[in-house]
Design a protein around this ligand. Structure first.
Ligand code: ADP
Ligand code: ASP
Ligand code: MG
Length: 410
């Protein structure tokens, strides 16, 4: 008997009919003698609907109340799924995050799981029940309901797999696995048989929404075999694991991208030893997340510093900088909106010089202007105009031969 954690995302539980379909899949897994913990997301786009409702109340809702609101979405699905299982004669019980013992740190909107007290789940599994847990939520030490950040149900699933010592974690979604890039945007995208934890972590951090980055982090740290597959089509998915044997040594394994990037330039900062540290301490104190940073010397006495942030933090960032103007002593702020970040990822890059040059060539040949660059051992990211994003991804996908099964093996 294997203990398995399965997770079904929003589209997979998007209607009564889909929930029935999930119940049928669970019935099958139970019939095979498995012990099952099932994590579910809110139905369809219902989290977005709740976010919109909050916006109708106020421009800046309290983070605590947002968590209170958004955590209701998952609670709808857990109870409906339990009912669907009961109808099939399967013993099942639903738990909210706090009932399941999922403790988080004291922060709203993007809380980290700090501990999972598994007693109640263990007891119900011991009673032969399927345990259904609401994804994306937990409770703090002081009893506050928290959420784990958009897409966080994946993290609930992997964290439960670690805490309950499950033999694997299966993420069921609306695509058949992890692809070389988002198959919704690039029709030549190819499903990967397997991908390493590190590569998947980069992909997820750089915008591949198929997995929540913290879910991959958990899987890596606790060595949980993680699978991504379709909840609708019966075909093998993608394994995320330590050793990738099938497609070893690919220079570039995938392309990730995200829009809503804004570039800010703080011009005419005094060229002092602590110019960078003062500027970025001011931003970090105010919880502004900065991504790529570029420094340019404008003359002997001054530097210009550019950095990228998400579009949604633009207003706040400008306000913070303006308020600190006398301390920072810059001359002006400029910004450029409607940008996107496109990243190529692959562990083979580390031993292959010229990958970045190749990327820049492809973009130049297609008249795509690069505004910022950042690299690590296993990725190169560029910031381009949002209108060029999909073309850039398509051209890079083609140039690095990602559609072809063997072509990219060195
Ligand atoms: P769920 O609701 O099941 O959690 P998500 O919408 O969060 O589903 O994640 C699945 C989506 O991720 C897919 O529909 C796809 O558009 C997107 N996606 C982005 N990058 C990739 C990728 N590299 N491979 C597969 N899907 C991807
Ligand atoms: N319902 C949440 C969201 O839409 C969490 C999740 O689906 O993973 O972001
Ligand atoms: Mg998701």
């Amino acid at each position: 008997m294997a203990r398995i954690v399965q997770k079904y995302g929003g589209t997979s539980v998007g209607s009564a009919q889909r929930i029935e379909h999930v119940a049928a899949r669970i019935e099958k897994a139970v019939a095979h003698g498995n012990e099952l913990v099932v994590v579910v997301s809110a139905m369809g786009k219902s989290t977005d609907v709740l976010v919109d409702l909050a916006k109708q109340m106020t421009e800046s809702p309290s983070k605590r109340e947002m968590d209170m609101l958004l955590s209701t979405g998952e609670q709808v699905t857990i109870s409906l799924l339990a009912m669907a299982l009961h109808k099939r004669g399967i013993e099942a019980i639903s738990f909210t995050g706090w009932q399941a013992g999922i403790k988080t740190e004291e922060s709203h909107g993007n809380a980290r799981i700090s501990d999972i007290q598994t007693d109640r789940m263990e007891a119900e599994l011991g009673n032969g029940k399927v345990v259904i847990v609401a994804g994306f939520q937990g409770v703090t030490q002081s009893g506050e309901i928290t959420t784990l950040g958009r897409g966080g149900s994946d993290t609930t699933a992997v964290a439960l797999a670690a805490a309950l010592k499950a033999s694997r974690c299966e993420i069921y979604t609306d695509v058949t696995g992890v692809f070389t890039t988002d198959p919704r945007f690039v029709k030549q995208a190819r499903k990967l048989h397997s991908i390493s934890y590190d590569e998947m972590l980069e992909m997820a951090n750089l915008g591949a929404g198929v997995l929540h980055p913290r879910a991959v982090e958990f899987a890596k740290n606790y060595e949980i075999p993680l699978m991504v597959a379709s909840s609708m089509v019966d075909e093998p998915g993608t394994m995320i694991e330590e050793e990738v044997t099938m497609e070893q040594n690919l220079v570039v394994r995938g392309i990730a991208f995200e829009n809503d990037v804004t570039k800010i330039t703080v011009a005419g900062l005094p060229n002092k030893i602590d110019a960078l540290s003062t500027l970025f301490s001011t931003l970090s104190k105010n919880q502004i997340n900065v991504d790529i940073i570029i420094q340019n010397q404008s003359d002997d006495k001054h530097v210009d510093i550019s950095f990228s942030i998400t579009q949604s933090s633009l207003k706040e960032t400008i306000a913070i900088l303006e308020e600190a103007k006398s301390e920072l002593e810059f001359s002006s702020i400029h910004y450029e909106e409607d940008l996107a970040k496109v990243s190529i990822i692959g562990s083979g890059m580390v031993s292959n010089p010229g990958v970045a040059a190749n990327m820049f060539n492809v973009l130049a040949e297609n008249d795509i202007f690069i505004k910022m660059v950042s690299t690590s051992e296993i990725k190169v990211s560029v910031v381009v105009k949002e209108e060029d994003m999909v073309l850039a991804v398509e051209m890079l996908h083609q140039a690095f031969q990602l559609a072809e099964e063997e072509a990219a093996v060195v």
